[in-house]
Write a protein that binds this ligand. Structure first.
Ligand SMILES: NC(=O)c1ccc[n+]([C@@H]2O[C@H](COP(=O)([O-])OP(=O)(O)OC[C@H]3O[C@@H](n4cnc5c(N)ncnc54)[C@H](OP(=O)(O)O)[C@@H]3O)[C@@H](O)[C@H]2O)c1
Length: 179
């Protein structure tokens, strides 16, 4: 079976992944349960894809402690970046890129975000599964999980889990749409 591309992300109830000024304070103050399923998911992937703004946010918060050191990490950017040992900066056709990743042996592929990069993946229907963790918080405005675009992607609801105040919804691509 080919590797799957999985979005695993947390959102406000009204569909934002961060405030307009990139704050996740509203998310971190929600009472979850354990690590809310994170390590269980993390063990199922060996490749991580991030947008450059999400990468910058992580580097800003984590400083020297890059959190995904044991995984192959790709950061999408159109700008020139200083090379480093933790990630590979990539650009170009995302359909071909995902095809290349899926052809390789390995575990699943996690798209961390953010909304901008994700919108490109969703537009091309490249996402096999969405695991969306919903915080019980309405923040009114911010960076949207799904950008506005013409599309209709039908999914199947695989499971619903509760981690105290968080609700996790797991959707998979319909079987007939799988490639
Ligand atoms: N709630 C959560 O679980 C969660 C998860 C992830 C992120 N976040 C938050 O989301 C925010 C960032 O999201 P965002 O939507 O603003 O930005 P983003 O998607 O992380 O990054 C956008 C950047 O990625 C690059 N990019 C996107 N599509 C590309 C393509 N097709 N080809 C080449 N490069 C491409 C561009 O970089 P260049 O400008 O360098 O060309 C673009 O400016 C942060 O606040 C972060 O904390 C939250």
């Amino acid at each position: 079976m080919r590797r799957k591309v999985i979005v695993y992300i947390a959102t406000s109830l009204d569909g934002y992944i961060a405030t307009e000024d990139d704050s996740l304070d509203w998310l971190f103050k929600v009472e979850g349960e354990g690590d809310n399923g994170y390590s269980e998911f993390y063990d199922t992937i060996d490749t991580i894809v991030l947008g450059r703004r999400t990468y910058d946010w992580i580097m800003n918060v984590e400083k020297e402690n890059f959190p995904y050191k044991n995984k192959k990490c790709y950061v999408f950017t159109k700008s020139t970046q200083e090379p480093n040992n933790n990630v590979e900066f990539v650009d170009g056709n995302i359909v071909e890129f995902v095809d290349m990743l899926k052809d390789a042996e390995g575990q699943n592929i996690w798209i961390v975000g953010g909304g901008d990069l994700l919108s490109n993946f969703v537009k091309e229907n490249l996402v096999d599964e969405f695991i969306i963790t919903i915080a019980p918080t309405i923040i009114g405005k911010g960076i949207p999980l799904f950008n506005k675009q013409n599309m209709e992607i039908e999914l199947e609801l695989k499971s619903i889990r509760r981690f105290n105040e968080f609700a996790e919804l797991h959707y998979v691509k319909r079987q007939s749409d799988n490639n």
